[in-house]
Design a protein around this ligand. Structure first.
Ligand SMILES: NC(=O)c1ccc[n+]([C@@H]2O[C@H](COP(=O)([O-])OP(=O)(O)OC[C@H]3O[C@@H](n4cnc5c(N)ncnc54)[C@H](O)[C@@H]3O)[C@@H](O)[C@H]2O)c1
Ligand SMILES: [Zn+2]
Length: 353
C-alpha cells in the first residue's frame, strides 16, 4: 500500500532550526545528506549549516532548473548516496524549491527501497504547495512528473526568511497557487490575498499557513486524487498547457504565471458553464492582471492547446474535464469542457485590455 499523505509534522521554524536539530538528534541517523541546487547552495545552505553546527553534513549539489529534474540527475544523486555510504538509516534534507523536493524525495524513497527525507522548502511555491501532499517525481520524455510515486517525508520545516533572496518572479509564481487556494476556499481567504500589494513587506507566515490549511484539508480527504483533490487543479487544465507551449518561445512562463492566466480563463469558463457571476470574473481578472501583467498569448501555438489538454494524464476518454468555480469558495470537479470554449477562453484573455 502506498503511504498516505499527511502523517508527518509540518512546522514553521525560525533561525536556529531548533525543531530540526531535535529531530535529527532523536533519530540518530547514520549520515545526513543535503540536496541543494546552485542557488540554494549560495543563499540557503550557509544558514542551514550555521543552524546545524556539530552535525556532519554531506552536500549533494546539482544545477538549478526544471530541465535538470530528470533521470540523469537522479543517477548523480543515487551515486552520491553510494559514494557517501548512505544506508537505510541515513536521511536526506531537501533544501530547495519544488524541483529539489520532488526529485530528492523520489531519490530517497527509491534508494535501497527507501530512506528518510525531510523537506526544507525554500521557495514560496514549495512552501504552499510542493512540499505538502506526498507527490514525488521527475520529468520523463517530455512528460512533466512522468515518473514518480506518493511518499511521505519525515517532516517539513518552513523557514520564511528563505524567501528573502527569492526573485520576485518566483515569489509571484508561488503566489498564484495561493490565489488558487483562496478562490477554492472562501471569500474571506481570497480577500485577504487582495491586500498584498507591496511585495517587499509581506508578512508571509500567516498567509502561508492559511494556504497550507486548504491544501492539507483537501489532501487529507483524498490523498491519491480520486475526487476532491482534483479541486487543486483549478487553473491548471489550460494553465499547464500554456506553460509547456511557452517553453518553445523566447518568453517561457514560470509555472505560477501560467496558472494565473489559467485562473482567468477557467473563471471565464465558470461563468459559461456554472453560475460564477461575471462580476467575480472581472474582480479576479483585474487583480491577476495587476500582479502579473498581460502575457502575449499570440506567440504560442494555440492550435495545439485542445489536443495537448486531452493528453493530460488527468483526462479520460477524450473528454476534457476541469475543476471550475460555482462561486468563490465552491469548486466543482469533473466539469466537461466543450471544445468551443477552449478557443473562446483564449480569445477572452487575448482581447483583455
Ligand atoms: N509535489 C507537488 O505536489 C508539487 C506541487 C507543485 C509543484 N511541484 C513541482 O515543483 C516544481 C516547481 O517548484 P519551484 O517553483 O519551487 O521551482 P524550483 O525548485 O526550480 O525553484 C525556482 C528557482 O528558485 C531558486 N531558489 C530556490 N530557493 C531560493 C531562495 N531561497 N533564494 C533564491 N533562489 C532560490 C531555485 O534555484 C530555482 O532557480 C516543479 O517541478 C513542479 O512540478 C510539485
Ligand atoms: Zn500548480
Amino acid at each position: 500500500m502506498l503511504s498516505s499523505s499527511l502523517e508527518y509534522p509540518i512546522s514553521f521554524v525560525s533561525a536556529g532550526f531548533e525543531p530540526l536539530r531535535v529531530h535529527l538528534l532523536r533519530q540518530n541517523y547514520s549520515s545526513i545528506f543535503v540536496l541543494v541546487d546552485n542557488h540554494t547552495q549560495q543563499h540557503c545552505l550557509p544558514i542551514l549549516e550555521a543552524a546545524l553546527q556539530g552535525f556532519s553534513l554531506i552536500i549533494i549539489a546539482i544545477e538549478a532548473g526544471e530541465q535538470h529534474k530528470n533521470l540523469q540527475t537522479c543517477q548523480y544523486i543515487w551515486s552520491a548516496f553510494m559514494q557517501g555510504q548512505a544506508d537505510r538509516k541515513s536521511v536526506l534534507l531537501n533544501l530547495g524549491g519544488g524541483v529539489i523536493g520532488d526529485m530528492g524525495g523520489f531519490c530517497a524513497s527509491t534508494f535501497k527501497r527507501g530512506m528518510d527525507f525531510i523537506q526544507l522548502p525554500t521557495t514560496l511555491l514549495a512552501q504552499v504547495d510542493a512540499s505538502v501532499g506526498g507527490k514525488l517525481g521527475i520529468d520523463f520524455e517530455q512528460v512533466k512528473n512522468g515518473i514518480g510515486l506518493f511518499g511521505s517525508p519525515q517532516a517539513v520545516f518552513m523557514f520564511t526568511d528563505f524567501l528573502g533572496t527569492l526573485p520576485l518572479m518566483e515569489i509571484k509564481s508561488g503566489f498564484a497557487e495561493m490565489l488558487k487556494h483562496g478562490l477554492i476556499d472562501s471569500l474571506a481567504h481570497w480577500q485577504s490575498l487582495l491586500l498584498v500589494s507591496d511585495w517587499t513587506s509581506v508578512q508571509w507566515q500567516p498567509l502561508i499557513e492559511q494556504s497550507l490549511q486548504v491544501k492539507k484539508q483537501i489532501v487529507l480527504q483524498d490523498p491519491f486524487e480520486k475526487n476532491i483533490r482534483k479541486s487543486l487543479n483549478f487553473g491548471h487544465t489550460i494553465g499547464h498547457v500554456l506553460e509547456s507551449l511557452s517553453w518553445q518561445t523566447t518568453q517561457p512562463l514560470l509555472h505560477g504565471h501560467a496558472i494565473a492566466i489559467g485562473l482567468i480563463i477557467e473563471c471565464y469558463w465558470s461563468t459559461k458553464l456554472l453560475e460564477l457571476p461575471t462580476a467575480t470574473l472581472v474582480a479576479v481578472r483585474d487583480y491577476i492582471l495587476s500582479v502579473y501583467g498581460k502575457y502575449d498569448l499570440i506567440q504560442l501555438d494555440l492550435q495545439a492547446v485542445g489536443n495537448l489538454i486531452l493528453q493530460d494524464k488527468k483526462n479520460e476518454n477524450q473528454i476534457i474535464k476541469a475543476t471550475l468555480l460555482a462561486k468563490i469558495g465552491q469548486a466543482k470537479i469533473n466539469i466537461a469542457i466543450p471544445s468551443t470554449l477552449i478557443k473562446e477562453g483564449l480569445d477572452y484573455y487575448i482581447n483583455l485590455k
